[in-house]
Design a protein around this ligand. Sequence first.
Ligand SMILES: [Cu+2]
Length: 130
Amino acid sequence: MRYIATLIICLLTAFPAVAQDMAKPSAAKRFLVMLEAPEKPTGINIMHNRVLRVTNPEGQAIADAKIGVDGGMPAHGHGLPTSPQVTQYLGDGRYLIEGLRFNMSGKWQLKFSIDAAGQRDTAIIDFVLR
Ligand SMILES: [Cu+2]
């Protein structure tokens, strides 16, 4: 049973759907990022907001980070159809991202550049929109 559960978790985290929390270490492992599941289900071409939580590797919240949001579909060679921005710090390491919209189904990436407490790093979250 444990083997099957682990297998399922691996499959889900390899290509999670957009509707669940997605967590990942940043490229140089300076931060952990978690893109929280949307409050309401989202779909193709729906403008929505998301929350990104940033912590240090020990899980402590990072405040006062400068966060850039970029992304696109690598297989299609195009970027995001909008220019999402972090507009608000919500406390507890949580940052509000406004203006996200994905205009087709398939494999997407969101790329975050994080600048906090003299440390810079980037994090990529991959997911599939169906
Ligand atoms: Cu595309």
